[in-house]
Design a protein around this ligand. Structure first.
Ligand code: NDP
Length: 292
């Protein structure tokens, strides 16, 4: 049995989901099929990943009822603006081959054009009111972005998807979210970004994580996922490898002690792996999101 988390509007969401960032479009259906097969029931994709169609293909081919799978996708910044974002929903829904997207979020704030960000979020509110999405949220919003959003919109985001792993924990953003009923969803939850960006220190080889893992007969990745679950943080590990896909879901049969949790909390370096949210602009990160 997987654990579930309840969003601020009562919608239930699995505690562990499956990510597909950097999974090539033509090779997305197979890992998603493997994930569904071992029990994942949440898939996180994004318009900018160009692989929503592969996700939709795998869900359809799985034979699972649509309501059994929680589909999450993200609007890219190039599609911000009220009408553009309504249209972005149609593009994503078509590729995912669904009428309703369970959780639809803004991929980034556009700090230099926050009015446009607000207009995009207003479109999400409309989609929610119209029943086209079951919950709405944001990603990579820092405290100042969340504050500005809450001041000018009506629906509190259900989720803020941010970089969280033992080396970068963003406790200030997490605390602001908790205070306002915004669930933190961890991207790069096992610190993939500390490895695939060619960093010098990867979470997978961290001596503390490796030692705690050995004590439980688990892997460092499993310990990190358990750490998220025990803090009520939703996590979406990505893999294209069937055995790692299964490994990352096999995290419901052990528990970390308070001492182990504290040792992992102490690994925070404060160093971000992803792009600085304040630096995101259409000029540097804009890209066309195709119709189909
Ligand atoms: P993860 O922390 O999920 O790590 C994924 C990386 O680790 C891959 O290189 C994978 O390789 C490898 N890996 C997976 N499982 C294991 C394991 N058990 N042991 C060792 N290595 C492993 O990083 P991501 O950055 O992919 O984040 C997860 C998801 O979060 C994304 O797929 C996406 O859905 C979302 N995301 C959102 C962002 C945003 O801006 N909102 C930004 C980045 C990610 P392999 O595939 O070969 O197994």
């Amino acid at each position: 049995m997987t654990d579930h988390l309840t969003l601020n509007n009562g919608v239930e969401m699995p505690a562990i989901g499956f990510g597909v960032f950097q999974t090539p479009p033509a090779e997305t259906a197979d890992p998603v099929a493997s994930a569904l097969d071992v029990g994942y029931r949440l898939i996180d994709t994004a318009a900018a990943y160009a692989n929503e169609r592969g996700v939709g293909d795998a869900v359809r081919a799985s034979g699972l009822a649509r309501a059994e799978v929680f589909l999450e996708s993200k609007v890219w910044i190039s599609d911000y603006g009220y009408d553009q974002t309504l249209h972005a929903f149609e593009k994503s829904a078509r590729k995912l081959q669904t009428d309703v997207i369970d959780l639809f979020i803004l991929h980034q704030a556009l700090p230099g054009d926050f009015e446009r960000t607000i207009a995009a979020y207003r479109a999400l509110e409309t989609l929610l009111a119209d029943g086209r999405v079951r919950a709405i949220g944001v990603s990579n919003f820092m405290v100042e972005h969340l504050r500005a959003l809450l001041e000018s919109t009506d629906v509190v985001p259900a989720v803020n998807q941010i970089e969280v792993h033992p080396y970068f924990q963003q406790r200030d953003v997490q605390a602001f979210g908790a205070e306002h009923g915004i669930l933190t969803q961890a991207w790069s939850p096992i610190g993939g970004i500390t490895a695939y960006r060619g960093g010098t220190k990867s979470t997978f080889d961290d001596p503390t994580l490796v030692e705690i893992a050995a004590n439980h007969g688990k892997s460092a990745a499993q310990v990190m996922l358990r750490w998220h679950i025990q803090q009520g943080v939703q996590a979406i590990p990505k893999s294209v490898n069937p055995s790692r896909i299964a490994e990352n879901f096999d995290v419901f049969d052990f528990a970390l002690s308070a001492d182990e949790t504290a040792r992992i909390d102490a690994l925070d370096t404060g160093v971000r792996g992803g792009p600085e949210p304040e630096m995101i602009t259409l000029e540097t990160f804009g890209r066309d999101i195709p119709e189909s």
